[in-house]
Design a binder for this molecule. Structure first.
Ligand code: GCB
Length: 830
């Protein structure tokens, strides 16, 4: 320990000490994980799980990390605060070796007064951050990575003798902009002061319009907490289509000296959610948008603000008017961006999947309550904040884990107790807002009546993915509506995993194709739009996000995004854009693989559009095409080699082009090559450009007696081609390939996985077929006997050999009465 700290000091010498002005950001720190002594210089925002949350080793470091930095104080008679905008998940803070305080909870800001600990000149701050699992701190269990670190900004703020009180990580000022009529409103400002000497001060309130013109000014004299009320006429309203913002400024003046200023953008809007729909400023508005997690490829949760705000710009660009910040409060800049872009927010406290039982419950409850207080105090004044939530799928774990009846009752009672407390707190702290809770598709929420606590219910429904079929959504919703005719509903989550490397001509559940993703979202859209009592929908998720334990086709990533983890759009993003704003959205081709690998020259292509279009394939103009559900599906005939497709508007304005190379599946010429996928029906585009096609699409390959396919949801180590190795054909007796005479190279691909353990998120996924490991340890390829590799669990292996078939046929066969499994095969002609 001693040794590590002296190294710490040495490293600190290299950091430039920051001199504190009014509000100074502390960006440069030294950092070490407590499990080792390696010190590094880091710049905030920072997380220590950037590598291990994505590597081949299951799990990621959950423990303590120590951050240290220095700052310089010129005048230690002044008041100083330290402000942390987000540290996951527990922070213990020391200044000059004196303990300053502890904060629990990874998603809200917090402040400590530090004047008592600082000295003139140089000061040293140390923060021990801990993301160890703790049964007393929400969230306990969730489908996202709990990245550890100081992952948002840190500031030191200087205050004068009298200033706005700091409570729950925010200046204690609440502004209510209450709309009476479409032009009249009432403003109510309530604030708290720190004024130890009880001196007389003036509070000056000013309101500026969007052009910065002063529209209202009021002064009040006092010595402590203050309240200002004012009526306004000729107001401009805030709404997603016209997010008109005013600037509210509150100043403390003493003897004409300005002591503190609070500035916030505000907006005038009123809203209601009833079973007849959502209304903003008395106008109906179907809420449509997405959920958002805060992490980004290459950054984990420590994402620069500019890039975070870019997300909201994209979400708005897609046509959304609604955004659920799931499952936790996000950076305050996100709320600001929603205000100015015009996005209605649902924001929630991270109580996800379960509450604890036993003695841990009490502290868990206290922490949850503090989190909700902080969440509200920090975001109350944002006009975008409309829905305030506090629980997501709280019975998920219980349904999945099937505890004893006694434990079950305790979980239900604790959850009910907590929900009631949080509901009461939210209604009190945030009147004029709508309370919500998100549930998973199970009647337990109605049976226990927890679903009757909040004002609006959000259902997270995955018909057509984890359970049932896409069309069951409507049936479920109608049943709910009959049971609870006065309950407004939101589909707070719906989505399927998709991988832009995967396509399927016969889209199906769990194939991770973009084709199935499109079918699913079209189905949900239609079923929601038909029902007024469903007041809104937020797709799961805006972007792919990190969930370390997942083994989808891109391990560690939940792939239900409308955009990729790096935010490049998937096809479905453009489909939403078309559906939400067809007037300005250009028609575009559903992005295909660069090549059509097939024996046939015909290919079904899709155009994402809501307008009648004209299609040109090479030199041939086709008839006008009319979309259905935002899509035109058209069979086109391709020439061997490169083809150019063009889509025009009806008035022949070019809107998009698509190049497609028809690579005929054949083994006639030198270097002709076919990569075949045996385990599933998908086509897969490897990073190297290689396209694997399903064996069913290769007429000259005959698989004998393969009755079974098997698949896993597990990371296959050592490859990015997981989709190829996560499935296999099993019980194969023989593979026969009819080929012209010549010499061929054959690569056989295998993997080893056991029946994947089901995850809580796969409640209804059919279990995998068994018998997948009947891999005979030898195979015959024509007459060549192959000794097969032993493959460690969750690994893959390949064997390459050369074959010169005698009678135009290559046979891959297990010895008599034996069967084998196989994932893939590549055959190349010499
Ligand atoms: C849910 C959860 C969310 C998961 C999602 C999924 O219902 O609320 O946290 O990520 O399902 O993708 O399984």
């Amino acid at each position: 320990m001693r040794k590590s700290f002296s190294v710490f000091f040495m490293l600190l010498l290299f950091l430039k000490t920051v001199s504190i002005a009014q509000k100074t950001e502390l960006k440069n720190w030294t950092f070490a994980l407590s499990k080792d002594t390696t010190l590094v210089k880091v710049t905030l925002p920072h997380t220590w799980n950037l590598k291990d949350a994505f590597d081949e080793e299951p799990g990621y470091y959950k423990g303590v990390g120590i951050y240290t930095t220095d700052f310089e104080i010129q005048d230690n008679t002044k008041r100083y605060y330290i402000l942390f905008k987000g540290v996951n998940q527990t922070a213990n803070v020391w200044i000059n070796d004196q303990f300053v305080g502890q904060h629990i909870g990874g998603y809200t800001a917090f402040q400590f007064p530090i004047s008592a600990f600082i000295q003139k000149g140089k000061n040293r701050i140390k923060v021990a951050v801990d993301n160890t699992y703790n049964e007393q701190i929400p969230p306990l269990d969730a489908d996202f990575t709990f990245f550890g670190g100081i992952y948002r900004q840190v500031f030191i703020e200087e205050e004068k003798t009298i200033y706005f009180a700091k409570k729950f990580g925010a200046d204690a000022i609440k502004i209510d902009a209450i709309v009476n009529t479409s032009t009249n409103a009432k403003l109510k400002i309530f604030g708290e002061l720190v004024n130890k000497a009880k001196q007389q001060i003036t509070i000056k309130f000013s309101l500026f319009d969007a052009l910065n013109k002063l529209v209202l000014q009021k002064r009040t004299i006092g010595r402590s907490d203050f309240e200002i009320e004012s009526l306004l006429s000729k107001i401009e309203l805030w709404s997603p289509s016209k997010p008109y913002l005013y600037t509210a400024k509150v100043e403390i003046l003493h003897d004409d000296q300005l002591l503190d200023t609070f500035e916030h953008k505000i907006g005038f809007r009123k809203f209601e959610a009833t079973v007849n729909g959502f209304k903003i400023n008395d106008k109906p508005l179907k809420l449509v948008g997405v959920n958002r997690h805060q992490d980004l490829e290459g950054f984990g949760n420590a994402v620069p603000l500019k890039l975070q705000v870019d997300d909201l710009v994209k979400i708005k660009e897609m046509g959304s008017n609604f955004l659920r910040l799931a499952h936790y409060p996000q950076d305050q800049e996100i709320y600001k961006a929603a205000d100015s872009l015009g996005l209605i927010l649902w924001s929630e406290t991270p109580i996800v999947n379960k509450v604890p039982t036993g003695t841990d419950y009490q502290m868990f409850e206290e922490n949850a309550i503090t989190m909700q207080r902080e969440h509200i105090a920090q975001n109350y004044n944002h006009p975008s904040l409309v829905f305030i939530g506090y629980m997501n799928e709280i019975f998920l774990r219980m349904v999945f884990d099937k505890p004893t009846e006694k434990v079950k009752m305790e979980i239900i009672n604790n959850s009910l107790k907590l929900a009631k407390k949080l509901e009461a707190l939210t209604r009190e702290e945030a009147p004029n807002h709508i309370t919500v809770m998100a549930l998973h598709g199970n009647q337990i929420y109605n049976d226990t009546e927890i679903a009757s606590i909040p004002m609006v219910i959000g259902w997270n429904l995955y018909y057509g993915w984890y359970e049932g079929v896409i069309d069951e959504l409507g049936t479920f919703l109608d049943k709910e509506h009959i049971k609870f005719p006065n309950r407004p509903l939101i589909i707070s989550e719906y989505g399927v995993g998709s991988d832009i490397r995967i396509r399927n001509n016969k889209p199906q559940k769990f194939d991770f194709s973009e084709d199935y993703q499109l079918e699913y979202h079209q189905g949900y859209w239609n079923q929601v739009m038909e029902r007024d009592f469903v007041i809104g929908m937020t797709a799961w998720n805006f972007a792919d996000f990190s969930s370390e334990f997942r083994g989808d086709t891109k391990p560690h990533i939940n792939q239900k995004g409308l955009v990729n983890y790096d935010r490049t759009p998937k096809n479905i993003f453009y489909w939403y854009k078309t559906m939400l704003d067809s007037s300005t959205t250009k028609s575009r081709f559903f992005k295909e693989f660069p090549a059509h690998v097939s024996t046939s020259n015909t290919k079904q292509i899709k155009i994402i559009t809501n307008k009648t279009v004209v299609l040109k394939v090479n030199d041939t103009l086709l008839d006008k095409l009319i979309p259905r559900n935002g899509i035109i599906t058209q069979e086109v005939e391709l020439l061997e080699g490169q083809n150019l497709l063009k889509v025009y508007s009806e008035s022949m304005v070019l809107e998009d082009t698509l190049s497609l190379d028809w690579k005929k599946v054949q083994l006639l010429h030198k270097d002709d090559k076919i990569a075949v996928n045996f385990g599933s029906e998908i086509s897969f585009l490897e990073d190297k450009g290689q396209i694997w096609i399903p064996v069913a699409d290769v007429p000259f390959i005959n698989t004998k007696e393969s009755t079974k396919k098997s698949s896993t949801s597990t990371n296959i180590r050592g490859t990015d081609n997981d989709p190829m190795y996560q499935s296999m054909a099993t019980n194969v007796k023989e593979i026969e390939i009819t080929v012209p005479s010549g010499k061929y190279r054959i690569e056989l691909h295998w993997s080893n996985f056991e029946d994947g353990k089901k995850l809580a998120y796969e409640l209804s996924k059919e279990s995998n077929t068994s018998n997948q490991h009947t891999i005979s340890d030898i195979l015959f390829v024509n007459n060549t006997k192959l000794k097969l590799p032993t493959i460690d669990k969750f690994n893959f292996d390949t064997i390459t050999l050369e074959v010169s078939p005698a009678k135009n046929s290559i046979s891959i066969k297990a010895p008599k009465n034996n069967l084998f499994s196989i994932s893939g095969l590549i055959i190349t002609k010499f």
